[in-house]
Ligand binder design. Sequence first.
Ligand code: PEP
Ligand code: MG
Length: 862
Amino acid sequence: MQKGAENIEFTEITPQADIAADRHGARAKCLQRLVRMDLPLPRTVALSFDAVRRIAQGTLPDVAALMSVFGAAPLVSVRPSSENQDWGGPASILNIGMNDSRHAALCATHGETAANALYLRFIQAYAVHVARLDPDMFEPEAPSRDALRAALDAYAEETDDPFPQDPGRQLLEVLRSMARAWEGTTARLLRQAKGAPAEAGLGMLVQAMVLGVGPGESGSGVIQFVDSVTGQRRIVGRYLSQSQGRDAISAREGALFLTRDPRGAALEDRCPDLVARLRRYGDTCRLNLREEMRIDFTIEAGRLWVLDALRVPRSARGAVRMAVMLADEGIIPREEALCRIEPRAVSELLHSQVDPTGPRHVIAHGIAASPGAATGRLVFGSAAAQASAARGEPCILVRRETTPEDIRGMHAAAGVMTERGGMTSHAAVIARGLGVPCVVGISDMRLNRRDGVLITAGGHKLHEGDIVTLDGTSGQVLLGPVKMLEPALDDAFQALMGWAEAACDIGVRANADTPADAQTARRFGAEGIGLCRTEHMFFEADRLTVMHEMIFADRAQDRASVLARLLPMQRADFKRLFEIMQGLPVCIRLFDPPLHEFLPQSREGVRDLAEALGMPVSDVQRRVQALSEFNPMLGMRGVRLGITIPEIYDMQARAIFEATIEASRQGDPVVPEIMIPLVSAMREVELVKTRIDSLAAAVRTERGVDFDYRLGVMVETPRAALRAGDIVQHAAFLSFGTNDLTQMTYGLSRDDAGRFMGSYVKQGVFAEDPFHILDAEGVGELLRIGAERGREARPGVTLSICGEHGGNAESIAFCRAAGFDYVSCSPFRVPVARLAAAQLALGEQVHADRAGPDGQPLAFRS
Ligand code: PEP
Ligand code: MG
């Protein structure tokens, strides 16, 4: 052992060596598997997490002993090996051991250019990553003697020391700097952002160099057997003669294709046997590692070496196809294929996405409220959005916030962005329902409609007609058009969804208000409609006017005449939904409009309404004022409207029953579910139930047809959750509306929270936006109390959640644990919810079965 060195253990990677991913890292374990498969690997030594941690703390490894593994005058590389490849690590360093005398020897054996290249590469990497010198002074350049001299001089000048010549010291410094880099704050934050635990360890690998430079065919390359973006099987990669590391990938010219290719020269033309061997190695890796791998290889004087193999990096679409193909070929079980896909990734497949490999010029940020991306011309109003759609020009609608008057504009737009609002604001809820990309709460932009300009925090002034790209997945607004990835609802996606359905043990329904929503819901496999917000049925132009008339009617007979016009419209709406859902449950929520959403906001809106109602503008203005509430979200909403003006709910109940009879006559029998919103007291339910029951009796008598229906309550006020035991006496089901429940539990406005939510989350006041991720502690406690008290008083009661949280994996886990029957979410989130639910169900099964001899869950066994 060297003087001063302590006992830091290292293990040579052999088939029998004691190497484990949770002690030496995933790369070390993978290399051992390659060795076991007899792939030609250079000699490699692994340092454990513990060893690296001690090196970072100042313990000196016995580098002489370490170097001696590699013979008399070794050249080695050091690579990081974290437990999970995705957590990254410090950059690999090649050619450790290069010094003046080795350079002279290599000039004789490999030629001066090769010797210069090896030495220069090492000096550059050492200067930047170990001595931490300015990278600009050590840019890669052609390996001439002058460049080498200049690099050595620059090093000496910057450090006041000559470049270290002792290979042992070089290795020691490399190990120490990589170990410390892993402990640094930036590296820690970066890996935590990728899901690594705070205490994640780093292993290191010291590997004998095989030189990709020198005589004969020498070079390096990278090969993979699937396309990272599509997941389709094809050979992808490049090879570059006289190169090392990943040079072949970054080379501007001279790189060869691997297999014969009409686009240019290929390694297969030059070394067909080696390419055939690489193909065989690929097959062996796939079968034994049960994964699509990317192999780093080097050819040294005509001899092929495998240096490393990593999971192929992949897009969401690629990940789905790769997992499905491995399962179809029996290489992994279907359950494992299901568990390999992140539910969030599925949402990327349903929408266009900004290509993550392309450049992006971000000009504003907000809350990512509806996923997917769209490029279009800016429009600042709904009329302009509709005009743009009529011209066939995609547009991005910008509003301070949206109201029902904007619905048509939102339908017409390719994307929607708002200055205000949070995850459950009007724009967010509607956009998710429509599947339109949306970013809300963009507080770093100002829309000045009068001057027709949108000003960003960075000083960009954008006008109507300027092109932007809205990324609703990341919450960014980008300048100009960018490269996109198209949605991928292909056969692989369908197969995966089918397997998910078989594994799910909690129901997944959709929140759907229109026939188009219902069709999307069915296409994505929803088991019913969990929430039909009936007020959304009135956003079409002709209907909005009738709706306005109803809200403005202050005499019973005027209201009756408007309701008589609404009845057939609603009946047709419900009948269509029942037909599309073909006997699956449809839960219709009685009217719940915060009135301000239906009052005209602009001067033109007031004028249009005056025209429609045949009233003077001043009268309309007076009425708008009379109906205005200080806090409409807590005002005459939901059941409060239903009790104050009961004819509205009467009309809706009649429409539902008549539609039930008509739809059941032609198709599957329908048992509608009617839900009362914003309940806070049992008496509210009693009053509404009495009227609805008597209406059902009247319709049965009039039509001479019997039918069933279920009446339930939407639990979305804290009081309703606490009093669920009373309320449930009149309710066959309780559906928790977590949007309002979150709003009221926190005393936080759904529409205004976006203004400070970012700062709250950043400062750790809230771990997450509670409108986005269910607050399991506070709101969750109310859900648990409501469910327990409801179930105790009425054991068979159906329990569900229908707020926007319904599609999140975290909320689904919560609902399963609390024994809920189903979750309901916007149609585009149904596949995400089904996959998350399947994974939860499988996770439990796998855990219960103790899947393998190693006791590891199925998804992580290999
Ligand atoms: C809720 O409050 O959770 C809900 C689903 O209803 P809305 O978003 O329509 O208020
Ligand atoms: Mg609500």
